[in-house]
Design a protein around this ligand. Structure first.
Ligand code: PDD
Length: 282
């Protein structure tokens, strides 16, 4: 990695000098949560929503919120002020901290580890659609927490890539839930569906924004469970995420979706999404 200034526990240091103890519980137990905040024109997008979600993730695993909103935003803007090339995103990780012993139970007197970086992003052109597979959801039961314990997501993404596809959609008890790092939308007969918020999916910031934008345009959009069998004859399938935005899936498990072309609803939704961004930064 190139030289880059990152924030670690109160200091701004070169990434090569950023040192974390091997006894850190984030390393030992994956005892840690994170956020990814998109950046456009070197400015934060939807940082309030992302910081609110971070607050929920921290509360869910009983890590005290280490900084307030203004302090977080100051760090983000400080990191964005350094010279850089290309697109970036803000990555935030808070672990429970390092402790002298490897104890499963979390010690009371422990200071969270805070790491923040403006990491480079390679944006791919997905406007022609991607190929995806479905995989059995072997994740835990609290996927609404943005935890760094992402082994099942890593294995699912690797499985997708081994099959020369781009992503995987998790199926649990017959229902399609979300992608490895994205929420799921399905279009059928001019009606858009997305799984309702539950313990089993991440409450995506992009998901909510897309729902709001579709509602503003009077598109029929319903939050309801989507049976895996419905994916097969869906008119369109999209995956949404903060950095990837809206990604159309045109092949699923080697079968074409909407005849292997990107659909009209995807095109409209993307246009509204881009317009919304433009309005935001005008
Ligand atoms: N992932 N579902 C999962 C499992 C995710 O990991 C993500 C985001 C989303 C989309 O959430 P949002 O719209 O708030 O980005 C849904 C991030 C980007 C990541 O892990 O890098």
């Amino acid at each position: 990695m190139q030289h880059m200034i990152v924030y670690l526990n109160g200091d701004y240091v070169d990434i090569h000098d950023a040192v974390i103890s091997p006894l850190d519980r984030g390393f030992l137990f994956g005892d840690s949560v994170y956020e990814v905040i998109p950046v456009y024109q070197n400015q934060l997008f939807a940082e309030k929503e992302h910081l609110d979600r971070l607050t929920h993730s921290l509360a869910a695993i009983n890590i005290p919120q280490p900084l307030d909103h203004a302090e977080w935003v100051n760090i983000f803007n400080q990191l964005l002020s350094y010279p850089h090339e290309g697109d970036r995103m803000i990555y935030v990780q808070v672990t429970r901290g390092a402790y002298a012993e490897r104890l499963h139970a979390s010690p009371a007197a422990i200071v969270p580890t805070i790491f923040v970086a403006a990491l480079p992003v390679t944006k791919k052109d997905v406007s022609q659609g991607i190929r995806a597979i479905t995989v059995n959801d072997i994740r835990w039961n609290l996927c609404r927490i943005k935890a760094t314990t992402l082994l099942a997501n890593v294995l699912a993404k690797d499985a997708a890539q081994r099959l020369d596809t781009h992503d995987a959609i998790f199926i649990r008890e017959g229902f399609a839930l979300e992608g490895t790092a994205s929420n799921l939308f399905v279009v059928k007969n001019n009606h858009v569906f997305t799984p309702p918020l539950s313990a089993n999916i991440l409450p995506g910031i992009t998901r909510q924004l897309v729902i709001d934008l579709l509602r503003q345009q009077d598109i029929m959009i319903t939050e309801r469970m989507i049976a895996a069998t419905e994916l097969v004859d869906a008119d369109e399938i999209w995956l949404t995420g903060s950095v990837s935005e809206i990604v159309p899936v045109i092949m699923l498990d080697q079968r074409p979706i909407s005849h292997g072309n990107v659909g009209i609803f995807y095109k409209k939704a993307t246009e509204w999404y881009k317009n919304n961004l433009e309005k935001h930064y005008a």
